[in-house]
Design a protein around this ligand. Structure first.
Ligand code: AMP
Length: 626
């Protein structure tokens, strides 16, 4: 019996998989095999039958799909593998996964067949030829009986979620199919549980199967306070940002996702929402990885979005929160993850996002951590608004205590008498002005109760939200996640350190802006904020001097002060965004065709010259949203 104990650190390339499959895994951003993959892939590649005890979410699909794909002879478009699943949804999901992993196997075909879909469509698809069939037992049986599906060339048979098939009454169909497939096939049976009936099927139809089971973490008592939030994947980002807004005692967070790609995507999304964040994954060089950790320690960034492997051993005392954005493969990984908080004698907080179908993990984790995991729900817009109002109130109270306001008393008094308006109205207008870049109310926050919030305990001072943003966020655009910039990017780094003086900014007289062309556009996935961030950070041009940005397919235009000096042009030419050199140059007359309605000239120059309210979004963000 084979059991795995720890999340394996060795890469996929140690498992004996062929290059096209390794390339596909790199494409989807998987960094390391999950424990079930590390255990099953070599066994299946060696040709053994397999009895695997594994739940959904452990990565079992890739565990059987990759070895199966490796054996497919693409030249023969006949079913060489059959995967039986209990439901049509799972059949589709598994077929999609196979398609993904076979991305570098040109000519590969997989066909899902399930009840409820038109027979005519399925018959036509089957007659065209396919390498792998993924189907529900009843429909597969139908096709076998009609001889529209012939399995003479079958090499591999996978029974996925066997206990579910049993529960749904398919077990006789499954046995019938097992009896009507070539005896010399390789068979893998996966099941979340191993009731006797399944064991008997395995005993009768599998040849000396290797048993693989992922052992749960040995129980560990943890001091971290743990909660879970049940949420569908489409809501996770919103849930995360709202939770971070209302969490008490937030200092810094590590957010765990499954893939390298997801670290970058989520970091980008959080950054667009105003957080200081970086991605941490196995693609970063050791130097860049250390830079990210140093920035987290120093408080230049507050959130790191990481994969399990990249975060291994990370020890930063200020991590107050661990967010399990994607559920871990097993309890072992969960215990490792939450060990990143509650360091140096502090109490930590762990929050786990679970989709309804992942809820089974809850009991396993509670057992492994010997602790109850409390349920939380996504905070409502009203709750978020209450928190923001409480923070804003605290900010006002602090300013009254700490600042000399005599001059402003006079300003208000003059407004009162000259304009005949009450101080209360003036205060409301000023509150609006101070928060208009980041309103206190979220859309749909009508249910919030400012009065109550205003008197609520100000235990919120360190939440990563509106008020705290004043200290937390530089008013300059922040750095992109480290991998977008070369390691030797010292000036930009300096510019983004909290409290540090930014790179020396060029000063330009208000006036003419010219349109410049840069060689990166929509097709390269660039966002306006990245362009502004790079220009501001690396060329030292302030946000207010950067005008309209228009993205085209393969290039963009950006308004910058006219007649820039040659040395600055040189810097602008060499700046890289998403690995692309901008090659900035002035656009020729007539080269730019703006299809949008006319707008005010040089919006930046027209802005009122009042000091940006604390916590306001950087200039470039506001511009992007105009
Ligand atoms: P499964 O248990 O097969 O349903 O897989 C659950 C999820 O984990 C799917 O979204 C997979 O794409 C993802 N996944 C599987 N293996 C890996 C891996 N080695 N690294 C990252 N994600 C993975």
């Amino acid at each position: 019996m084979t059991t795995t104990q720890e999340t394996t650190v060795a890469g996929f390339d140690t498992l004996g998989l062929a290059k096209p499959l390794l390339d596909a895994l790199a494409d989807v951003g998987y960094e390391t095999p999950s424990p079930i993959q590390a255990a099953c892939i070599p066994v299946l590649l060696a040709g053994h039958d397999l009895l695997g005890e594994a739940q959904t979410g452990t990565g079992k699909t890739a565990a059987f799909a990759l070895p199966l794909l490796q054996k497919i002879d693409i030249k023969r478009a006949v079913p060489q593998a059959l995967i039986l699943t209990p439901t049509r949804e799972l059949a589709i999901q598994v077929a999609e996964a196979l398609q993904k992993y076979a991305h570098h196997l040109p000519g590969f075909h997989v066909l899902p067949i399930y009840g409820g879909q038109s027979m005519v469509v399925q018959l036509r698809a089957l007659s065209r030829g396919t390498h792998v069939i993924v189907g529900t037992p009843g429909r597969v049986m139908d096709h076998l009986e009609r001889k529209s599906l012939v399995l003479n060339n079958l090499q591999t048979l996978v029974l996925d979620e066997a206990d579910e098939m049993l529960r749904m009454g398919f077990i006789d169909d499954v046995k019938w199919i097992l009896e009507h497939t070539p005896a010399e096939r390789q068979t893998a049976l996966f099941s979340a549980t191993m009731p006797d009936v399944i064991r008997r099927v395995a005993h009768e139809h599998l040849r000396e199967p290797k048993e693989i089971k992922i052992r749960s973490a040995t129980s560990t008592v943890v001091t971290t306070s743990q909660s879970y939030c049940q949420t569908h994947s489409g809501q996770k980002l919103e849930a995360l940002t709202r939770i971070l807004e209302v969490e008490d005692d937030f200092d810094a967070a590590i957010v765990f996702v499954r893939t390298k790609t997801a670290t970058v995507e989520l970091a980008d999304k959080l950054e667009a929402r105003g957080y200081s964040v970086a991605a941490l994954n196995g693609d970063l060089t050791q130097g860049l990885r250390e830079q990210v950790i140093e920035r987290l320690k120093a408080g230049t960034i507050d959130i790191v979005v990481a994969t399990d492997v990249a975060a291994r051993g990370l020890d930063v005392a200020r991590i107050s929160h661990v967010i399990n954005y994607d559920v871990p493969y097993d309890t072992e990984a969960y215990v490792h993850r939450i060990g990143r908080t509650g360091r140096a004698g502090r109490t930590g907080r762990a929050i786990l996002f679970l989709a309804p179908r992942e809820m089974y993990m809850l009991k396993l984790i509670e057992r492994a951590t010997k602790q109850k995991i409390t349920a939380i729900t996504m905070p409502t817009p009203g709750e978020v608004a209450n928190r923001r109002v409480a923070q804003f109130t605290q900010q006002v109270v602090d300013i009254i205590k700490s600042e000399k306001l005599d001059f402003f008393f006079d300003v208000v008094r003059r407004m009162e008498s000259e304009q005949d308006i009450a101080a209360r109205e003036i205060a409301a207008a000023l509150a609006w002005l101070a928060t208009r870049e980041r309103p206190l109310q979220m859309p749909g926050a009508n249910d919030h109760a400012p009065r109550e919030a205003a008197t609520a305990p100000a235990a919120v001072a360190s939440a990563p939200t509106f008020a705290a943003d004043a200290e937390r966020k530089p008013t300059k655009p922040r750095a992109k996640p480290a991998e977008d910039y070369p390691a030797a990017d010292a000036p930009r780094e300096r510019a983004t350190k909290r409290g540090d003086t930014p790179v020396k900014l060029q000063s330009f007289p208000p006036g003419t802006l010219a349109r410049y062309r840069i060689e990166i556009g929509r097709n390269q996935g660039v966002l306006p904020k990245e362009i502004v961030g790079a220009i501001a950070n690396e060329a030292g041009i302030a946000g207010k001097d950067i005008g309209q940005i228009n993205l085209f397919d393969d290039y963009s235009s950006v308004e910058l002060p006219a007649n820039l000096p040659a040395d600055l042009m040189d810097v602008l030419r060499r700046i890289r965004v998403r690995q692309f050199a901008l090659k900035t140059r002035v656009m020729e007359a007539g080269e730019f065709v703006d299809t949008r309605p006319p707008r005010r000239a040089t919006p930046a120059a027209k802005k009122p010259d009042w000091k940006k309210p604390a916590g306001a979004k950087p200039e470039w963000k506001a511009k992007r949203e105009r």
